[in-house]
Design a protein. Structure first.
Length: 748
C-alpha cells in the first residue's frame, strides 16, 4: 500500500523568541527528515505554527502594557522569520489565534459535548474580588505545600517541581491586585482521559519495538500511575471561547486547544491552495488506497501530550490517524548548563542567524551533530567552530573547491569528455552499481573486494572504491534517517565526502594529467559526477550549500528537497550513485562554500553569556550543601576508595578509529583520529609498540570521553584510549565484544 507522510513539530509558544535548545528539540530534526523524505520522492506535508493562547501570554502582555494580540503578533512574526532564515521547509506555518483555528477547536469541543464525553464539574477556585476575576494558576503565588518555597506558582513549584491544586498553596497572593484571594465556586468541563486507559496502554505497547525508549518509559510511567480527568476549560478572557450559552468568560484550556492547531493549520493550507477538502486525506483514515504515517516531532517535555492526550482525542473523535511515531528528543544544554533566559544563558535563533549570516548551514550541521536523541547533549560555540572549519570546510568544501579548481584549469571549466578507451564508462558504471545492488547488506569494502576483479577494464580499484562508498553510504544514510538516528545519518553523510577526498588524493590527477591524460580525464569525470551526489546527500542538512552545488553543475534547484506541498517527486536516492552530468557540460563559477570562523568570533559569543554581575551556577531543583571530602580509610598502597558519584563523573564512550599514524620522534605514541559522540577527535595513544597504524584503522575502541584536553607533541590530545596492562607489560585494547556497536555508544 502507498504511503504519505504527515509531519508536525510542536507549536512554539508565541511568548518569547525561539532559542537553539528549542530548535534542536523539535524543529530542525523534523525539517531534516522532511527534506530527506522529499528527496526520496515521498508525499510529505510538514505542519507547524504558533501556540498563541494561555495565561503566560496575558501576564507578559500586562507586564509590558500591550494587548495579548500585540504580544503574539510580535513573537509569531519574529519566530516565523527566524525559522525561514534557518531554512525550515514548513508546508504551512499557522497560528492558533486564527479564526479557522477557533472554529476547529470549538467544533471538537461541541462534538465531545454532544457525545456526552465531557464531564461538567463545579469546583472551588481562587477569586480576586478587586479585579472581579477567577485566578488561573499562574495568576496566584504562595508558599509551596511541599518544600515551603515562598514564590511557588498556583499549579507547580519551580523550586522542588511538585504539582498540586492551587488551593493547597499557603499564604496565596493574587498577582493582579497583590491581595489575598477568596475561594469561590466555578464550573469547568473535564476530559475523561482515564476512560481511554486500556486503549492507550495497547497503543503504547504496540510501538514497543519502534519508539524511542525515553518516549515509551515516560508514557508508561503516566499509565502506571493511572489516568484521570483533565480540565479542558478555564476562566480567562484570552483564548478560544467555550461555545456554550452558560460558559461566558471561559476559554478552552491551551493543552486541548493547541494540539488541534495541527489540524486547523492543515485546513488553512488546503483552503489557500484552493482544495478545501484536501486536509482530509492527511488526517482522516480510509480516504483512498494510501495510508498516512503521522510523525510528531517534540521535545521531551511534550511527550505525554502527543502519546496519550492527543491520541486519545483522535480516538474519541473517530476516523483520525494517530501518531505512528513520536521521535522526541531530550534537552540540548549550552556550554554545559541548561538554557536559561533569566540568567542570560541562552542563544536566540534570530541572534545566531544575525551574527553568523554566512554560516546558516554550519549552524544546522553543528546542532544536528549534537541532537539530544537519547540523552541530554551540549552545544558549545567552539564545537560549532570546529564543525565548520574542520569538517564542513575541510572535507566537503575542500573537495568541491579542489575539483572545481582542477576542472576550471585543466578541462575548460566543463565536465571532461571521455577518451575513446573509456567511451562506454557510463554503461560500465551502471553495471557496477547493479552488481552492488545484488546484496545491499555488504559494506563498501566487502563489495569492492567481491566485484573489483570483474570491473577493472574501465575502472581502477580507487574508482570502484569511491562509487561503492557513495552507493553503500547512501544506504547507511537512509537506514539511519528511517530510525530517526540523525547523528549517525550525518556521520554516514560526511563519510561519503571523506571518501571523495580520499579518491582525489589517491588518484592524483595532477600526476596523471601529464603521465596519462586519458586516465586523468576519466578521474576528473568521476570527480565531477560526485558533486551532485554529495549535494543530494547533504541537502537535508545543508540545503543552501546543496543548492549552490546544484547550480554550479547546472542541475535544477528542486533537487534540494524543499516544500512540495504534499506532491510526490523524484526519488533521487534511487539513482544517487549513477552519473548525472553530460560530457562537456559547462560548469558555473565556483564559490567558497564554507568560510573559516575565527577564534575572536567565538570568543565574542562566549563573552555574551551569563549575568556579568555574579558567576553562573547550574540550575538545580534544590540547593545542595557541598562538604569537604572525607579522607580514605583504605590501607595505604591497596586502593583509593571512590563513591558511585565519583565514578559517574567519568564518561566512557566507544570510538571508531578513522586514521592512525606514528608520531615522529616517539616509539610509543600513535596519533589517532576517532569518530565518537560529538564528532571527530584527535587522541595520542601509547600503544605503538603493540599495534601498527594499519591495525588500528577501523577498530572500535573505548575512550575516556570527558577527559580535559592536554598538549602532547606540539598538538592536543582530546581523550584517552583504554587498554589492559598485562603482567609482562604488553597492552591489549578494551573493545566491544560484539561487532556492529555504534561509535559514541555509552560504556557503563
Amino acid at each position: 500500500m502507498n504511503k504519505r507522510y504527515l509531519l508536525t513539530s510542536a507549536l512554539p509558544y508565541a511568548n518569547g523568541f525561539i532559542h537553539l535548545g528549542h530548535v534542536a528539540g523539535a524543529y530542525l530534526p523534523a525539517d531534516i527528515y522532511a527534506r530527506y523524505l522529499r528527496l526520496r520522492g515521498e508525499r510529505v506535508l510538514y505542519v507547524c505554527g504558533s501556540d498563541e493562547h494561555g495565561v503566560a501570554i496575558t501576564i507578559k502582555a500586562e507586564q509590558e502594557g500591550i494587548t495579548p494580540k500585540e504580544n503574539i503578533d510580535r513573537y509569531h512574526t519574529d519566530n516565523a522569520t527566524a525559522f525561514a532564515g534557518l531554512g525550515m521547509s514548513f508546508d504551512v506555518y499557522g497560528r492558533t489565534s486564527a479564526d479557522e483555528h477557533h472554529q476547529v477547536a470549538q467544533e471538537w469541543f461541541l462534538e465531545f459535548h454532544k457525545q456526552n464525553i465531557l464531564i461538567e464539574k463545579e469546583e472551588d477556585q481562587f477569586y480576586d474580588e478587586d479585579a472581579q476575576m477567577f485566578l488561573p494558576d499562574r495568576y496566584v503565588e504562595g508558599i509551596c505545600p511541599n518544600c515551603n518555597y515562598d514564590r511557588a506558582r498556583g499549579d507547580q513549584c519551580d523550586n522542588c517541581g511538585a504539582y498540586y491544586n492551587q488551593l493547597e498553596l499557603k499564604n496565596p497572593i493574587s498577582l493582579v491586585s497583590k491581595k489575598t484571594p477568596v475561594v469561590k465556586k466555578t464550573t469547568h468541563w473535564y476530559y475523561p482521559l482515564g476512560a481511554f486507559q486500556e486503549k492507550l496502554e495497547a497503543y503504547i505497547e504496540s510501538h514497543a519495538g519502534d519508539w524511542k525508549d525515553n518516549v515509551l518509559q515516560q508514557s508508561r510511567s503516566w499509565l502506571k500511575q493511572g489516568l484521570g480527568d483533565r480540565a479542558i476549560t478555564r476562566d480567562l478572557s484570552w483564548g478560544v471561547n467555550v461555545p456554550l450559552p452558560h460558559a461566558k468568560g471561559k476559554v478552552l484550556y491551551v493543552w486541548f486547544d493547541a494540539v488541534l492547531g495541527y489540524i486547523s493549520a492543515t485546513k488553512i493550507w488546503a483552503q489557500e491552495r484552493g482544495t478545501p477538502d484536501a486536509w482530509k486525506e492527511w488526517w482522516l483514515t480510509n480516504q483512498d488506497d494510501t495510508t498516512t504515517d503521522y510523525y510528531a516531532f517534540i521535545g521531551k517535555d511534550n511527550i505525554v501530550f502527543h502519546t496519550l492526550m492527543f491520541p486519545s482525542m483522535l480516538m474519541a473523535r473517530g476516523g483520525y490517524v494517530v501518531p505512528a511515531n513520536v521521535p522526541a528528543n531530550e534537552f540540548l544544554n549550552l556550554e554545559g548548563q541548561k538554557f536559561s533566559k533569566s540568567r542570560n544563558w541562552s542563544i536566540d535563533l534570530r541572534d545566531a542567524l544575525q551574527d553568523f549570516p554566512n554560516h546558516v548551514d554550519s549552524l544546522r550541521y553543528a546542532m544536528a551533530m549534537n541532537f539530544p536523541e537519547t540523552r541530554d547533549s551540549d552545544f558549545t560555540w567552539k564545537d560549532f567552530q570546529a564543525r565548520n572549519n574542520n569538517e564542513l570546510a575541510a572535507i566537503l568544501g575542500n573537495y568541491v573547491n579542489r575539483t572545481a579548481t582542477f576542472l576550471a584549469k585543466s578541462f575548460d571549466n566543463a565536465v571532461p569528455v571521455l577518451p575513446e578507451r573509456f567511451a562506454k564508462l557510463d554503461d560500465a558504471w551502471k553495471l557496477l552499481v547493479e552488481d552492488f545492488a545484488r546484496d545491499t547488506t555488504l559494506t563498501a569494502e566487502q563489495a569492492v573486494e567481491r566485484y573489483s576483479a570483474t570491473h577493472l577494464r574501465y575502472f581502477t580499484h580507487n574508482d570502484i572504491a569511491v562509487i561503492a562508498s557513495v552507493f553503500f553510504g547512501a544506504i547507511e544514510v537512509q537506514v539511519n534517517y528511517n530510525k530517526f538516528r540523525f547523528r549517525d545519518a550525518l556521520t554516514s553523510t560526511m563519510n561519503i565526502a571523506r571518501s571523495a577526498n580520499k579518491y582525489f588524493n589517491d588518484s592524483a590527477p595532477w600526476k596523471s594529467l601529464k603521465a596519462d591524460p586519458d586516465e586523468c580525464a576519466k578521474t576528473m569525470y568521476i570527480c565531477a559526477q560526485l558533486l551532485p551526489m554529495l549535494a543530494t546527500v547533504f541537502a537535508p542538512i545543508t540545503p543552501t550549500v546543496a543548492k549552490n552545488i546544484f547550480a554550479f553543475v547546472g542541475l535544477p534547484e528542486h533537487s534540494v528537497g524543499t516544500s512540495q506541498h504534499g506532491v510526490a517527486g523524484v526519488n533521487y536516492f534511487a539513482t544517487l550513485a549513477l552519473p548525472h552530468l553530460a560530457q562537456s557540460a559547462p560548469l558555473g563559477t565556483a564559490t567558497i562554500l564554507f568560510t573559516k570562523i575565527e577564534d575572536e568570533d567565538i570568543e565574542a559569543q562566549i563573552a555574551k553569556l551569563g549575568d556579568k554581575g555574579q558567576p553562573i551556577q547550574p540550575e538545580t531543583p534544590t540547593a545542595k550543601t557541598e562538604q569537604a571530602p572525607k579522607e580514605s580509610s583504605a590501607p595505604e598502597g591497596v586502593m583509593d576508595i571512590i563513591t558511585i558519584d565519583d565514578f559517574m563523573k567519568v564518561k566512557l564512550r566507544t570510538a571508531l578509529v578513522l586514521s592512525a599514524e606514528r608520531v615522529p620522534k616517539s616509539d610509543k605514541l600513535l596519533r589517532l583520529t576517532v569518530q565518537t559522540e560529538g564528532g571527530e577527535r584527535n587522541i595520542f595513544a601509547g600503544i605503538a609498540k603493540y599495534y601498527t597504524p594499519e591495525e588500528m584503522v577501523g577498530k572500535m575502541v573505548v575512550i575516556v570521553w570527558n577527559l580535559a584536553p592536554r598538549k602532547m607533541m606540539g598538538s592536543e590530545s582530546q581523550g584517552m584510549v583504554l587498554a589492559v596492562n598485562a603482567p609482562d607489560g604488553t597492552l591489549s585494547l578494551v573493545t566491544p565484544e560484539k561487532s556492529g556497536m555504534p561509535a559514541g555508544g555509552e560504556v557503563r
